[in-house]
Design a protein around this ligand. Structure first.
Ligand code: AMP
Length: 218
C-alpha cells in the first residue's frame, strides 16, 4: 500500500493515518511530525524550519524532499506507507514521482480529504497536542479524560504555535495557493480518491479502510 493523504490542515489526515497504519501495518511518513521532532531536538534542520512553521508557511521544498527521500529508503517502508502532509507543492509531487520510479514502484492512491472550511477552522483552533507523544485532543470534540493532560502519557497538553488563529489563516491560504493544485495533478494521473471527511472519525475510518484494503500487501 503506497498512498498519499492530501487535504487542508485540520481535515483529519493525521488521525486517520495513525489508524490506517495500525490496521494495515504500513509506515506513516508525516513531514509535519518529522519537522516538529527536528524543532524539539534543535537540530540544524529544525532551527531552519521553525520560523516557517510558526508563521504557517511551508518549509522549503529541498528540506522536506530530503527528509522524505531518507524515510522512503528505510526498511520500515517495505510493506508500504502512508504519506501524511507530503507532497504539498507540485515540485514535491514531481520529486516523489522520481524517487518512487527509481525504486521501481508507484503510488496506489491519493486520498483527498474534504471538510467544509468553517469546520476546519473550528477543528484547528480547538486542537490541543501532547508535546511528548504527539497525541491530539480537542477542547470540544475529543476531550482528554483529565482536563489539560494527555490520556496516554499524562503530559500537560499544549496548543501548537501554528494552531493560533493568525497562523491558521496563513496555513489555509498557503494550502489554497500551493497545495490545492495537487488535486488536479493527481486527478489527471487517475490516482485521486475524493473522501468526505466531515463525519465522525470512526465513520471516515470505515470508509477509508474499505477503499485502501484493495492495496493491502498480500
Ligand atoms: P502539518 O502537521 O502537516 O500541518 O505540518 C505543520 C507545518 O510543517 C506546516 O505548516 C509546514 O510549515 C511544515 N510542513 C509539513 N509538511 C510540509 C511539506 N510537505 N512541505 C513544506 N512544509 C511542510
Amino acid at each position: 500500500m503506497r498512498v498519499v493523504f492530501l487535504g487542508a490542515p485540520g481535515v483529519g489526515k493525521g488521525t486517520q493515518a495513525d489508524r490506517i497504519v495500525a490496521q494495515f501495518l504500513v509506515a506513516k511518513i508525516s513531514t509535519g511530525d518529522l519537522l516538529r521532532e527536528a524543532v524539539r531536538n534543535r537540530t540544524p534542520l529544525g532551527l531552519e524550519a521553525k520560523s516557517y512553521m510558526d508563521q504557517g508557511n511551508l518549509v522549503p521544498d529541498s528540506v522536506v524532499i530530503g527528509l522524505v527521500q531518507e524515510k522512503l529508503s528505510d526498511s520500515s517502508c517495505a510493506n508500504g506507507f502512508v504519506l501524511d502532509g507530503f507532497p504539498r507543492t507540485v515540485p514535491q509531487a514531481e520529486a516523489l514521482g522520481t524517487v518512487l520510479k527509481s525504486k521501481g514502484v508507484a503510488l496506489d492512491r491519493v486520498v483527498n480529504f474534504q471538510v467544509p472550511r468553517e469546520d476546519v477552522v473550528r477543528r484547528l483552533s480547538g486542537r490541543r497536542s501532547c508535546p511528548k507523544c504527539q497525541a491530539t485532543f480537542h477542547v470540544d470534540f475529543a476531550q482528554p479524560k483529565v482536563d489539560g493532560a494527555c490520556d496516554r502519557c499524562g503530559e500537560p497538553l499544549v496548543q501548537r504555535s501554528d494552531d493560533r488563529r493568525e497562523a491558521i489563516e496563513m496555513r489555509l491560504k498557503v494550502y489554497d495557493e500551493q497545495t490545492a493544485p495537487l488535486v488536479h495533478y493527481y486527478d489527471e494521473r487517475k490516482l485521486l480518491f475524493p473522501m468526505d471527511a466531515s463525519g465522525a472519525v470512526d465513520v471516515v475510518f470505515r470508509h477509508l479502510s474499505q477503499e485502501l484494503a484493495t492495496y493491502q500487501a498480500i
